[in-house]
Design a protein around this ligand. Structure first.
Ligand SMILES: C[S@@+](CC[C@H](N)C(=O)[O-])C[C@H]1O[C@@H](n2cnc3c(N)ncnc32)[C@H](O)[C@@H]1O
Length: 223
């Protein structure tokens, strides 16, 4: 059976390095199966807070018996040891949730060589926790799929510390055409919202931040 990933998960897969991953919040478990099938890893620890989700992942991996597969019901990294895998993946969870999970893991002194993360919202919260713990961003991408913009980034110890706009929008936002499109659409949406929510502090702050990022776009200097 050929494993087919969404564009978002393909981008996640492309940033994995090393021979082993832990996929926290694995749900269907397609990521590990795809990486094994494409000879990128030989060990996967699938983890999920939901036993029902983990059962799906286990069932899928039963087709790939040669891959060392471990399934653990776990809240975040609670059931994972320090350095147990080369890459820790968390995709499709909220940024607030991922930030809480990372904070708890760092507090317990659990660290991994590489993190590949794709928060549904609030990527800045995730990048901030990484930076506070000495991790910078090494790869960053925005993908659009089904009309939704997703961010995917990889982090390693000692990498360059991003600027404030990079913490919000990724280290490549200045030259990324997908970000440019996102920025223009989001500003249009927020400015429309502002017509009916004139005192909305959060909306005004986001507009200000996006306009500041827009000024940094390399082909948009005169806007
Ligand atoms: C939307 S799915 C994402 C599945 C897959 N990673 C992807 O990107 O397509 C989110 C999964 O995260 C799991 N989850 C939510 N909170 C979690 C936590 N604190 N620890 C582990 N798994 C969690 C959910 O049970 C669910 O299976």
């Amino acid at each position: 059976m050929r494993i087919v990933l969404s564009k978002r998960l393909k981008k996640v897969a492309s940033m994995v390095t090393g021979n082993s991953i832990a996929d926290v919040g694995c749900d269907h478990g397609k990521l590990g199966a795809y990486l094994y099938q494409n000879k990128k890893i030989n060990k996967v620890i699938n983890m999920d807070i939901s036993k029902a989700s983990l059962d799906k992942a286990d069932e899928l991996m039963s087709s790939f018996k040669e891959c060392e597969t471990i399934c653990r019901v776990s809240d975040g990294c609670d059931a994972l040891n320090d350095n147990e895998v080369d890459t820790l993946v968390m995709a499709g969870l909220g940024g607030t949730e991922i930030a809480i999970i990372l904070k708890r893991a760092f507090a317990e002194n659990k660290k991994y060589k590489r993190y590949v993360l794709s928060p549904n919202r609030h990527p800045e919260k995730v990048r901030k926790v990484l930076l506070e713990n000495g991790y910078g961003i090494v790869e960053d991408a925005m993908v659009k799929e089904g009309g939704i913009y997703y961010v995917v980034f990889a982090s390693e110890k000692g990498a360059k510390i991003p600027s404030n706009n990079e913490i919000y929008y990724g280290i490549n936002f200045r030259t990324d055409p997908v970000f440019k499109e996102y920025c223009i659409n989001r500003l249009e949406h927020l400015n429309t919202l502002l017509l009916t929510h004139t005192n909305a502090k959060g909306i005004k702050e986001e507009i200000e931040r996006l306009n500041s990022a827009k000024k940094e776009l390399v082909d948009d200097k005169n806007n």
